[in-house]
Ligand binder design. Structure first.
Ligand code: 5GP
Length: 182
């Protein structure tokens, strides 16, 4: 992978825009679930910052689970194969499940996870919330129930998302030109 510096990254959504959007989505979820208990399933590693900000805006009783999937390896394009690195979950039968993901790109990861949950548990409800939605890259027939921002075909970093394991700690969501990362 190429060496990318912070100076190569351009801001797409700043801290304030993200905070406002996360609150807006949380309000919709608070409205939808009211006081019903929800099990949050956070997809590591990318969604961890979004999930921790989101849950602090949620008002219903909730539990949190963390799973790890991978489809990118050390690349900026999906391998086309989803790898369940760690998908241990408690029994979700009868529960409201809210999957929290960083980005839906090809949609293969989201489809894999939704199919896995449908196959293994008879949930009360299963919803999907994503920080980002790259609708233009979709290969699987899947949509998020909620998302914060739609983006075009850019490789984004920051606010949990990485390039070569770096930049997860940026407070903003940014991108590097394709010529920089490829
Ligand atoms: P999908 O299976 O929808 O193609 O990809 C989902 C996963 O690919 C995401 O959870 C994320 O880890 C990774 N991914 C997709 N697009 C990007 C991107 O623009 N930047 C980063 N850092 N990761 C991405």
């Amino acid at each position: 992978m190429k060496n990318v510096n912070l100076s190569d990254i351009k801001v797409l959504f700043d801290e304030n825009e993200i905070r406002t959007k996360v609150k807006e989505i949380a309000n919709k979820l608070n409205e939808y679930y009211k006081d019903e208990e929800v099990c949050i399933v956070c997809v590591l590693k990318g969604a961890v910052i979004f999930a921790t900000d989101l849950v602090r805006e949620l008002t219903m009783p909730l539990t949190m689970e963390f799973i790890r999937l991978s489809s990118y390896g050390h690349s900026t394009a999906s391998s086309g194969k989803v790898n369940a690195v760690d998908i241990k979950l408690p029994d979700l039968t009868g529960k409201n499940v809210l999957i929290v993901e960083d980005i839906i790109d090809t949609g293969l990861t989201a489809k894999f996870l939704l199919d896995f949950i449908a196959l293994n548990f008879k949930t009360k409800s299963t919803k999907f919330v994503s920080l980002l939605d790259k609708k233009c890259s979709r290969q699987a027939d899947v949509e998020a129930d909620y998302y914060c921002f739609e983006i075009d075909d850019k490789f984004v970093v920051g606010y949990g998302l990485d390039y070569d394991s770096k930049f997860r700690n940026l407070k903003f969501i940014g991108y590097a030109d394709k010529s920089v990362i490829k």
